[in-house]
Design a binder for this molecule. Structure first.
Ligand code: SAM
Length: 215
């Protein structure tokens, strides 16, 4: 089967059939070639329905998880987005297609540098990169219209929530080390949090000041 056929099948069988309807998102997932973001030896598995190892004990998320988190963000094209956990850079590319500006932070420098190289090669010029602890956010660039955290937090990261604009949306897996609940948090006019649950999930831990300890 050709690469194009595998992408078409991924979108149809893994995304549309599970209820993803945002057409801009589906188009972005058809356009961005996931095999460019995985290790060479895993290229044949790039369009499979699962996460893959990317080195340093980290993973590229399952395509459906990338899609559902992005759909929850409800992007229209004008948003400033911060992503915590660049990983492979695949999710970053989707965000760069659908929003206005993306600020992405990764704590592991080899991953950040690899992702940055791929994304620059693909000509994305609306992404800023940073190595560091994303749980403290990126104060100089705040406020953000959207926040996406692609690693599992023990609770809602408050320092990041403080950098969310009024009416802004944050998506984050919250819970135990080996089982989390995908949460959507909206910042209300009065600054309060409106928290909604969007189902179970499993992510690698968010490690940092407002996350898990590195052990
Ligand atoms: N969305 C990514 C992709 O599609 O490739 C997957 C990211 S992976 C599931 C989670 C990433 O979060 C890992 O690369 C990990 O190193 C990173 N991470 C964990 N804690 C972090 C923190 N405090 N700040 C920044 N990145 C962090």
């Amino acid at each position: 089967m050709s690469k194009d056929d595998r992408i078409t099948l991924m979108v149809k069988q893994q995304l549309e059939s599970r209820g993803i309807t945002d057409q801009r998102l589906l188009d972005a997932m058809r356009k961005i070639e996931r095999h460019l973001f995985v290790n060479k030896r895993d290229e044949v598995f790039a369009y499979d329905d699962r996460p893959l190892q990317i080195g340093s004990g980290q993973t590229i998320s399952q395509p459906y998880m990338v899609a559902i988190m992005t759909e929850i963000l409800d992007l229209k094209g004008e948003e400033r987005i911060i992503e915590i956990g660049t990983g492979s850079g695949y999710q970053t590319a989707i965000l760069a297609e659908l929003g206005k500006e993306v600020f992405t932070i990764e704590r592991i420098d080899v991953l950040l540098n690899r992702a940055k190289k791929i994304l620059i090669n693909l000509n994305y010029n609306n992404i800023e990169f940073k190595v560091g602890d994303g749980t403290i956010g990126w104060k100089e660039k705040a406020p953000f219209d959207r926040i996406i955290i692609t690693a599992a937090a023990p609770n809602i990261p408050e320092m990041l929530f403080d950098q969310l604009a009024v009416g802004g949306r944050m998506v984050v897996p919250v819970g135990k080390r080996f089982h989390q609940d995908l949460k959507l948090i909206v910042r209300m006019q009065d600054g309060e949090q409106k928290v909604m649950s969007r189902g179970g999930c499993l992510f690698v831990p968010l490690i940092g000041e407002d996350g898990w300890q590195n052990d």
